[in-house]
Design a protein around this ligand. Structure first.
Ligand SMILES: [Zn+2]
Length: 421
């Protein structure tokens, strides 16, 4: 059920529902008086007073002033709003080779960050240890204790169940099978932990703090050495029944196309990921500006070297060369954008979103990439959904992963989670 304020009802006790309603109103309309909260919500004034006082005690609401006296002699009233500074959560974001952690406030502002390279041993236990140690080092440096945190959000690469906090499969961590990351971290750290897929947390960051703040229906798409997406539909992150929704890079767009790492042929990402662009550059044998190892034969080397960090380095070199005006690099970026745009046209036709937010390494292609994507979408998508959809880059210059991970905590706060007083 949706109220006239377009705030969906939440499950739970009446008291909890009222508390969440007030918290949402404070964030959406604050600064706001208690009588206005009662009027908007339909909750009685005594209950509103009790709930606001309770939220203030929990540092989730703050009084920021009083209203001016009215002309008719009405009494001034105290103004309240959501206290973003009173919320501190930790965001943990795992990439192929790095663990990133940050302390984030209720407005998505990063208060401190730390990044640590993963060792060569990528089995679950050493990686969990690296997460715990990096987080503890950050908190110590900021003089914050774990008990001061509202919770910890974790963004993981691979197939992850948000409901259970289990990472079922991670392509660059071959020994990870059904790892209960949430429970392992909770046991080690003793506070609430939420775990989700990296693309899903990015979409939450956009919805709460980024380019998706004014959208109820958008798709965020990561374009890098792989492609994946998150669908934010009817103001809810759509995770699918098992939490794996968004693996759109493995949508077949060419039946007899190149073999994909997933075992299928002609997946979208075999043609549209930055890896494709790198392979084309190497196979042409003419990309003398690529930073290849001394003495490497580009054709052989391109076929045998597919390490993510190497592929990223070469993709960045192509984007850089295109920005510097190298014709072959410009052509490669345009082709990369064209293949990527073909997939976006399908998303637009299928879901009719307000907005598509692109993030990931392809952003290094700048306007050259973005305009080429928009052009191919104009050519291929159905007119009505196409005209209703804007295609933009993510507004996050950095930290999107950790802010997104911390957004899991913020999201829980505004949907179901009640921290201890
Ligand atoms: Zn595939």
């Amino acid at each position: 059920m949706t109220s006239f304020l377009e705030i969906p009802a939440v499950p739970g006790s009446l008291r909890q529902m009222n508390r969440l309603t007030v918290l949402r109103l404070l964030r959406k309309f604050g600064p706001i008086t208690k009588p206005a909260l009662a009027e908007y919500s339909g909750i009685s004034r005594p209950t509103i007073t009790k709930l606001v006082d309770e939220l203030e005690e929990q540092s989730l609401a703050e009084c920021v002033g009083i209203t001016a006296p009215t002309a008719s002699g009405g009494k001034p009233g105290a103004l309240y709003r959501f206290n973003a500074e009173g919320v501190q959560s930790a965001g943990v974001f795992l990439t192929v080779d790095t663990v990133r952690v940050a302390l984030v406030n209720g407005n998505g502002r990063v208060l401190g960050r730390l990044e640590c390279p993963l060792g060569l041993d990528r089995r679950p236990e050493p990686v969990i240890n690296a997460i715990v140690e990096t987080l503890q080092e950050l908190l110590t440096s900021l003089q914050i204790t774990l008990s001061q945190l509202l919770g910890i959000g974790v963004g993981m690469p691979g197939l992850t169940s948000f409901a259970t906090g289990v990472v079922h499969f991670a392509p660059h961590f071959p020994q990870w099978q059904d790892v209960p990351v949430r429970d392992l971290l909770k046991a080690r750290l003793g506070i609430e932990v939420w775990v989700d897929n990296d693309c899903h947390v990015q979409a939450l960051a956009e919805r709460h703090f980024g380019a998706g703040q004014s959208c109820t229906d958008f798709v965020s798409v990561e374009s890098g050495i792989g492609i994946s997406a998150a669908f934010y539909l009817q103001d809810t992150l759509y995770r699918g029944v098992g939490g794996t929704a968004g693996e759109i890079g493995h949508m077949t767009i060419q039946e007899d196309g190149p073999l994909c790492e997933c075992g299928n042929r002609g997946c979208w990402e075999t043609l549209a990921a930055t890896t494709w662009m790198v392979e084309q550059a190497c196979q042409s044998g003419q990309a003398t500006w690529l930073p290849l190892p001394t003495g490497a034969h580009v054709e052989d080397w391109a076929m045998t070297t597919r390490e993510p960090d190497v592929m990223n380095t070469l993709a960045h070199a192509i984007f850089r060369a295109a920005q510097e005006g190298h014709p072959e690099a410009i052509d490669l970026v345009r082709q990369h954008a064209m293949h990527f745009g073909v997939g976006l046209a399908t998303i637009i036709n299928t879901l009719n979103p307000q907005c598509i937010i692109i993030w990931g390494d392809s952003m290094k292609g700048g306007n050259l990439f973005l305009e080429a994507v928009r052009t191919v979408v104009r050519q291929r998508a159905l007119r009505r959904p196409r005209d209703m959809c804007t295609i933009i880059f993510s507004s996050f210059a950095q930290d999107v992963g950790v802010i997104g991970a911390a957004s899991l905590v913020i999201d829980a706060l505004f949907t179901h989670y009640q921290p201890a007083s």
